[in-house]
Design a protein around this ligand. Structure first.
Ligand SMILES: O=C(O)CCC(=O)C(=O)O
Ligand SMILES: [Fe+2]
Length: 362
């Protein structure tokens, strides 16, 4: 079954298969990648959902199959309008990858985290990022044989997410914002041009404290282990539930900056799961999309924004690259962040060019 699938993908992406073959040859030790066939890997099994009664968030679900139907975009934009302005979270379904393909990625993630530490080369103990499959990143990352053996498939998976979900969502945002060019945002996130998108395998809770993500949109594949919570306009935290066949999508900082905050980059956190799920690993599959590094984060030319009294969040033009660098500096250096927070004394810290971020309590 899997062999046939690999063959199909390999035929469609000959160059990638060649790249993989070269990498394998050069490595020497990786002469037999067939030991990483799915039949030889411990499969990921979706853990049971919690039986506890939690305060679940009620989110809309976009059926992306409707996107290419007559009037579909307009219907979906209408359905999404409230969510992107007030909630910042929603689900999508029918995104063009089968459950088997998704489960294969979970299986790779699970087996990846079971590798001995020296093979993993992790960002930190629990996160493994795969960048875009473009020239900018080619040859810059060492992958363990487990993932080399499945690279064409990982590439297909990431690229499908980009073309089937990221780009259509950007057109829907453009429709909601009544931009004269429906592709305006799509052009800021073309796959080929450099941006620091990540396809991520994660184990555990990731960023526990309340935070917003820094890019355009974040995708979280159905996560049966409860833990993710979002902060509502009313100041209450609600739990994200695991809807079958969906990806949870949240808007992130740069799309919010491009609208002076009109599109909501929602605050969320990951808390300890309910007791009946303590015996299970929390394996995460995520995709983080960001605009091209050189995109300037000024408010878009949208009639919706001046009508809502929106202005730029920055005192001077700021690029995505500068934004990412400034925010990462604060995220990765808790000591510097704590000092700056203490200096400000109002629970905020200047991230860049007059834009202040808030610290959220656990
Ligand atoms: O694991 C999750 O449920 C979400 C993690 C998260 O918020 C993040 O990595 O930014
Ligand atoms: Fe996040």
């Amino acid at each position: 079954m899997y062999q046939d699938e690999l063959l199909l993908i390999a035929t469609a992406t000959t160059t990638i298969t060649e790249k993989l073959a070269t990498a394998t040859l050069a490595d020497g030790s990786a002469s037999d990648l067939s030991k990483y066939d799915y039949k030889n890997l411990e499969p990921y099994v979706h853990p049971p959902e919690t039986k506890e009664k939690l305060n679940w968030a009620e989110l809309v679900t976009l059926d992306l199959e409707d996107y290419n139907r007559e009037g579909g975009k307009e219907r979906l934009a209408k359905q999404l309008e409230h969510a992107v302005h007030h909630v910042g979270f929603f689900y999508v379904k029918n995104y063009g990858l089968s459950q088997e393909e998704v489960d294969h990625q979970f299986t790779l993630a699970k087996n990846f985290f079971a590798l001995p530490t020296d093979e993993k080369a992790l960002d930190n103990a629990e996160i493994y990022n795969t960048p875009k499959f473009t020239e900018d990143f080619e040859g810059k990352y060492q992958q363990p044989d487990l993932l080399k053996a499945h690279l064409p498939e990982i590439e297909h998976f990431s690229k499908t997410l980009h073309s089937n979900v990221v780009l259509p969502l950007l057109s829907l945002f453009a429709i909601i914002l009544q931009l004269s060019d429906e592709d305006y945002l799509v052009k800021q996130l073309t796959y080929e041009q450099k941006s620091e998108d990540y396809f991520r395998y994660m184990l555990g809770g990731g960023l526990g404290n309340g935070h917003t993500d820094l890019g355009t949109v974040t995708f979280l594949f159905r996560q049966p282990i409860a833990g993710l919570q979002i902060l509502g306009d009313d100041g209450n935290w609600t739990w994200i539930s695991a809807q079958p066949g969906t990806i949870t999508v949240n808007l992130a900082d740069t799309i919010s900056h491009l609208t002076g905050g009109w599109l909501k980059s929602s605050v969320h956190r990951v808390v300890t799961p309910p007791k009946d799920q303590w015996g299970y690993d929390r394996t995460g599959l995520l995709y983080f999309a960001r605009p091209h590094n050189e995109t300037v984060l000024n408010p878009l030319d949208s009639p919706v924004l001046p009508a809502a009294g929106v202005t730029s969040r920055f005192e001077k033009p700021v690029t995505v690259e500068q934004w990412v660098k400034a925010k990462r500096m604060i995220q990765l250096n808790p000591d510097i962040a704590a000092k700056r927070w203490a200096e400000a004394g109002d629970g905020t810290v200047e991230v860049l060019a007059g834009f202040r971020g808030r610290k959220y309590k656990e």
